[in-house]
Design a binder for this molecule. Structure first.
Ligand SMILES: NC(=O)c1ccc[n+]([C@@H]2O[C@H](COP(=O)([O-])OP(=O)(O)OC[C@H]3O[C@@H](n4cnc5c(N)ncnc54)[C@H](OP(=O)(O)O)[C@@H]3O)[C@@H](O)[C@H]2O)c1
Length: 318
């Protein structure tokens, strides 16, 4: 049978970046410096600008290329994580448990000739939180998480807390807010039927009114974590809370974004001193995701001291 798509033999070990406007990403400048640190020789990052919610063939063709060309070693998938898995599920020889639970692939790599699809966000969102929330915090504080947005990142955070976080040190409640119902229903189905019982009570709230989100925030116990997982302040203007919203005392504000207008981050920073609030952007999360995927695709270990070197050079191209 003829191949489904033509395959373009790559001249050097290649990581494909499935994005939208990949030329504008700082990763294009970051990758050569990382390749030098990791000793990856001629390795290249090749951007694929793919349409958002495009026809399945565009994602399938890119996975097909990786599967069939020896020097196409893997892929890093950003915006198209769900569409890529849906379009190319049968091309993978293996999906990791996190890819199955999240219903997405962010990392495509090969081992022993087998094509593997993996979702890095549960582990990387957890590692990100561990970098700014001290161990034992949830057990000691009885605090909650308010996650604004119920998309892919919220699913990954739910998977992290229910499958990876220490059972004795989990939030009391995880309240997830979304502007429409389907993502909330999807998350509820995942939590109730596929994730293990975790001791964290999940609540699902459908609303978009910033004042209503302010009220949810005001009801949180001290020490709680508020996450902006809506894409607002980067993908769309504004913030899910208003300027009048008050963050939990001694708590944490985490904006998953690190570039753009970052209104939520600005609102949080304005209260950092008065509320004893730790404010975190999505930069470390971004670096953890990229370094994990580069490590998997090129099959090189990235222990913490090496990650610190990668982070230092990335800072220069941020
Ligand atoms: N730093 C990093 O490495 C990193 C990693 C992952 C994600 N991110 C960023 O995090 C953001 C979220 O990513 P994602 O993958 O979860 O995106 P996503 O799957 O598109 O989810 C965003 C969710 O937010 C909801 N939403 C939008 N505006 C809202 C509002 N005003 N109130 C309540 N809900 C609202 C959307 O609702 P509907 O269901 O109605 O559309 C959608 O479910 C993006 O900006 C992404 O770039 C950063």
């Amino acid at each position: 049978m003829p191949p489904e798509f033509p395959v373009e033999p790559q001249p050097a070990p290649t990581l494909f970046f499935f994005g939208v406007t990949t030329g504008r990403s700082s990763s294009r400048r970051m990758f050569p410096a990382w390749a030098a640190i990791l000793g990856l020789g001629e390795a290249r990052l090749v951007g694929l600008d793919l349409p958002i919610n495009g026809p399945p063939e565009v994602y399938r063709r890119a996975v097909h290329q990786i599967k069939h060309d020896p020097l196409s070693l893997g892929g890093i998938v950003t915006t198209h994580k769900i569409n890529t898995l849906n379009a190319a599920r049968d091309l993978f020889d293996e999906l990791t448990p996190d890819a199955e639970l999240c219903g997405e692939v962010s990392c495509i790599y090969k081992r022993g000739g087998r094509l593997i699809g993996h979702a890095t966000d549960p582990a990387c969102s957890g590692q990100s939180m561990q970098a700014f929330i001290p161990p034992g915090h949830w057990a000691a504080s009885g605090a909650d998480v308010l996650c604004l947005g119920a998309g892919g990142s919220a699913v990954a955070i739910a998977v992290y807390f229910t499958t990876r976080a220490a059972p004795a040190d989990r939030p009391r409640r995880l309240i997830v807010v979304n502007r429409s119902r389907p993502r909330l229903d999807g998350l509820r189905a995942l939590v109730e039927t596929r994730l293990p019982p975790s001791g964290t009570a999940f609540e699902y709230v459908e609303q978009t009114d910033p004042a209503a989100n302010d009220r949810l925030m005001a009801d949180l116990p001290d020490g709680s974590l508020v996450i902006n997982a809506t894409g607002m302040g980067k993908d769309t203007p504004g913030s899910p809370i208003s300027d009048a919203g008050v963050f939990p005392r001694g708590g944490f504000a985490w904006d998953l974004n690190y570039r753009g207008e970052l209104d939520f981050l600005r609102q949080a920073r304005a209260q950092a001193a008065t509320r004893g609030l730790h404010v975190e952007d999505g930069w470390r999360y971004f670096l953890l995701g990229w370094s994990t995927i580069v490590g998997q695709v090129f099959d090189v270990p990235i222990p913490p001291p090496v990650f610190d070197r990668l982070a230092a050079v990335a800072e220069g191209v941020r």
